[in-house]
Design a protein around this ligand. Structure first.
Ligand SMILES: [Fe+2]
Length: 221
């Protein structure tokens, strides 16, 4: 479901300028995607096989090269809450990552290179300030995996006319967006009991024929 929310996010003018500088740097054959910078795919993955216990620990782990290691908590510049559990390249999503890649390639009529995937359990106090992503996130898909929140939590994004949208996704739904071009965010986590969580995955790719193709197989640096 795509809704325009009542709450208008305050976005710094410098961020608008940066987004404008990057406009039309990730062109595809998908008319709506090139105009708005995003589109939603319902049921892009089956989440039933991905169910697991909600972690009690808070931190960030990297599974790249098959070795699990805890890394610095600064998992994303725009994340200002430390109340989260994040994983980079956990094998749990390896198959889904490739399936989603194939689906996006079909939708946008362009071939992609892999960069990385990421998932995060958000807890009370979480939010993401408005931002644009680094080059490895040129073609991104944000997928809602599961939550026990009674109030839905929005994914906010600006379209090509700088109009704000709030997207509310069901588990398994994904929003494909141009991470480097379009300003996106999460508003404050809804008021909820302590045990509340929201689990989300981010699958990132670059266009094979695009300006950011050399970020293929991103090593996280
Ligand atoms: Fe982002």
């Amino acid at each position: 479901m795509v809704l325009v929310g009542d709450n208008i996010m305050d976005i710094p003018v410098e961020l608008y300028q940066e987004s404008d500088r990057r406009r039309n740097t990730s062109n595809t054959n998908h008319e709506q995607y090139d105009r708005d910078g995003f589109f939603v795919i319902k049921n892009i993955i089956d989440v039933s096989s991905l169910t697991e216990d909600v972690p009690e620990y808070r931190g960030m782990f990297d599974y790249t090269m098959g070795v699990k290691k805890e890394v610095d908590g600064k998992d994303e510049i725009a994340t200002t809450s430390s109340n989260r559990h994040s994983r980079r390249n956990t094998p749990i999503f390896a198959r889904s990552y490739l399936k989603v890649k194939q689906r996006i390639q079909k939708e946008i009529g362009k071939e992609l290179y892999n960069t990385y995937w990421f998932d995060r359990y958000y807890f009370n106090g979480s939010y993401l300030t408005p931002h644009v992503d680094r080059p490895a996130c040129e073609i991104s898909c944000s997928i809602h995996l599961g939550s026990n929140l009674e109030t839905p939590w929005a994914f906010g994004i600006l379209d090509g006319d700088d109009k704000q949208h709030e997207l509310y996704l069901n588990p398994g739904d994904g929003v494909v967006y141009k991470g480097c071009e379009r300003i996106h965010w999460r508003p404050a986590f809804p008021d909820a009991p302590d045990e509340s969580y929201y689990h989300n995955a981010f699958f990132h790719y670059v266009l094979q024929s695009g300006l950011r193709s050399h970020y293929a197989y991103d090593n996280g640096q």
